[in-house]
Design a protein around this ligand. Sequence first.
Ligand code: 3Y8
Ligand code: NAP
Length: 243
Amino acid sequence: MRRILILGGTTEASRLAAALQGQPAILSYAGRTEAPRAQPVPVRIGGFGGAEGLARYLRQEGIGRVIDATHPFAAQISRNAIAACAATGVPLLALQRPEWQPGPGDAWTRVPDIAAAARALPRAPGRVFLAIGRQHLAEFAGLPHHFLLRLVDPPQALPLGRVSVEIARGPFDAAGDTALLRRHGITLVVAKNAGGAGAEAKLAAARALGLPVVMIDRPALPPRAVVGAVDAVLDWLHADLGL
Ligand code: 3Y8
Ligand code: NAP
């Protein structure tokens, strides 16, 4: 029985790890946050060193299956997993939640990437909930808006002038996010189309308050086998684990 590598960092990855408790699985984090959530399987933290480093890891650790359960915007690790699994012949399956779709009462402007989101903001100064984390804030520097950020860990320096920061790790709920947007007098929400339930609350809050949303589409990825639910992953692993 060979080992299972879960590329993690999402709610679905944590759910899969729980389902594989007791099996020869290991969950991998990039090490973006100071104290990632504890998991019921062994965890490794840190980059592999590109696709070559990941291929070396697969060989050295006797990995027989890779599940890419990373976030849809974590495009680099997903590209590396495709390359490393092709190079080593280790079967790869992506576990990815479906995209969010606008519903009745939603006022979405869809943009292809984070830079386009910055260009899509209104010219008149507003109060913008920039719910995209910490890594891509420079795109919004120099704009006249007051930004609300929600970060996992307290930030060092921020490239934005007028800014309020909430330190919180999701998953979030609609009541909490509605209160958050009200408290900060938010006039517009910027979000990544992450999908899943862990980040969806801000969309329900924007709908409740009649606020416009700038929705950033996912980066394109090379073709790979993808499923949308943990059970489908367990079916795929069936041959190995007799689940
Ligand atoms: C380090 C692991 C779990 C997984 C929870 C999900 C839900 C909460 C919602 C908002 C949006 C955002 C951000 C977000 C969410 C879940 C999930 C999800 C969005 C942790 C985690 C790691 C990260 C990395 C972090 C990024 C940032 C993005 C904050 C752990 C909590 C904005 C993405 O400070 C930094 O450098 C943070 C970086 C990548 C995006 C960015 O570019 O800044 N996630 N988030 C993972 C690692 O090291 O490998 O600390 O426990 C995981 C989760 N974040 O098991 O409960 O499944 O989506 N994460 C986005 O979706 O827009 C917050 O505020 O509404
Ligand atoms: P990324 O841009 O796709 O990856 C950048 C580099 O980080 C990769 O090349 C790899 O380094 C390392 N890396 C990324 N994920 C890793 C993992 N799970 N295990 C080991 N190394 C990993 O990734 P990102 O967007 O910064 O996301 C980092 C982590 O945060 C991922 O686990 C992702 O699931 C989670 N996350 C991201 C978002 C988001 O909005 N991007 C949201 C929620 C959670 P090497 O090349 O050295 O191997």
